[in-house]
Design a protein around this ligand. Structure first.
Ligand code: UDP
Length: 348
């Protein structure tokens, strides 16, 4: 049996961090979470607080005394603390840049001091407006102008990546960078602009689904449980240090098709017919429960994000590198994930 490992998860009260903490505890590891609860939430980790191998510290990663103490107690750090979500990033660019760059620097320094392995979360945003599909780790990147604050997130994460790899090359820090593509699952919130929590809320409440632009932009959505498996796989593998890996699903869907899928997951024909209680004969004669078209509204980008917003049309990862390194590929389909989200939906 594998010896338990002591982990520090920065941003561990967030969506991905809390799922990671849960999975590590389940396999017998020891987990400390540091989170300032800026976007993370206590309720994400409430159920873990009584676990004997779980420790929570409410602090910012820029509090060097706290970070230093915590790093001294662990073998592996998974650095997830960051300003995330397009909406947050567009509205608070100073906060985004400072949190992402200074926070990562602090974590790398602490990791180096105590000889920890450090896994740094990055993002598919670093591929920017690149049009070569799929995106693979060695591709060139193409970001928009610095006058468009959306790109500050990608740029700050690129600095994080450069810095991480430089710590590895110059100081021998064991570091792994992983670029997360669109990730989805319970506890993700729509408040920061993520599309699936928004759509699920709208569909379950019977509100119109807000599709931005023409809805023909596409993404690949990976279930958080698959993503967690990839992160743990990278943490446990000794041959992946100094490298960058994509983590994501390769099944592409347009946002308009996604809206339809979510609508149907939340409003299956049986449920609609049941609500309206038509006679059996009438029920079979009824057309499709309807009005999918009326349930989707198209919102221009300017209205959704403000003037001059730039979106990317397609984003698909090449995951051959991680597949070859640790044998990882996603296993959970988008339909399964959406069913689960609709069934477990609770208002935010
Ligand atoms: N989007 C949408 N309606 C929403 C929220 C997002 O149509 O209520 C679109 C958004 O413009 C983008 C896609 O869905 O094209 C994915 O958005 P998200 O913010 O989840 O992720 P990212 O833009 O980082 O891929």
């Amino acid at each position: 049996m594998k010896q338990p490992t002591r982990y520090l998860i920065t941003g561990g009260a967030g969506f991905i961090g809390s799922h990671l903490a849960e999975a590590l505890l389940e396999q017998g590891d020891d987990v400390t979470v540091i989170d300032d609860l800026s976007t993370g939430r206590m309720e994400n980790i409430q159920h873990l607080l009584d676990h004997p191998n779980f420790h929570f510290v409410r602090a910012s990663i820029t509090d060097s005394a706290v970070l230093d103490r915590l790093a001294s107690q662990v073998k592996t750090i998974v650095h997830l603390a960051a300003a995330v979500g397009v909406k947050l990033v567009v509205e608070h660019p100073v906060y985004t840049i400072e949190t992402n760059v200074m926070g990562t620097e602090a974590v790398l320094k602490a990791g180096l001091r105590y000889n920890c392995k450090v896994l740094v979360a990055s993002t598919s945003e670093v591929y920017g407006k690149g049009s070569k599909i799929p995106f693979s780790e060695e591709d060139d990147t193409l970001l928009g102008a610095t006058s468009k604050s959306r790109w500050s997130y990608a740029a700050s994460k690129m600095v994080d990546e450069f810095l991480s790899l430089a710590y590895q090359r110059e100081h021998g820090l064991q570091v792994v960078v992983f670029r997360l593509f669109n990730t989805v699952g319970p506890r993700q919130r729509g408040r920061y602009g993520m599309v699936i929590p928004n759509f699920v809320r709208q569909a379950v409440q019977g509100d119109p689904i807000t599709v931005y632009d023409d809805g023909l932009q596409s993404r690949c959505f990976c279930d958080v449980q698959d993503v967690i498996r990839a992160i743990i796989g990278l943490a446990e593998n000794q041959d992946v240090t100094g490298q960058v890996f994509n983590i994501g699903s390769t099944t592409e869907i347009t946002i308009l098709d996604l809206a339809r899928k979510v609508w149907h997951a939340a409003n299956p024909p049986s449920r609609i017919l049941d609500k309206e209680k038509p006679s059996k004969a009438l029920a079979t004669a009824l057309p499709q429960p309807a009005t999918e078209i009326e349930r989707i509204i198209f919102v221009p980008y300017d209205q959704a994000y403000g003037e001059g917003f730039e979106d990317m049309r397609r984003r698909v990862p090449d995951i051959s590198k991680i597949k070859q390194a640790i044998g990882w590929e996603p296993q959970i389909s988008l339909d399964e994930t959406l069913q689960h989200l609709v069934q477990s939906y609770r208002p935010e």
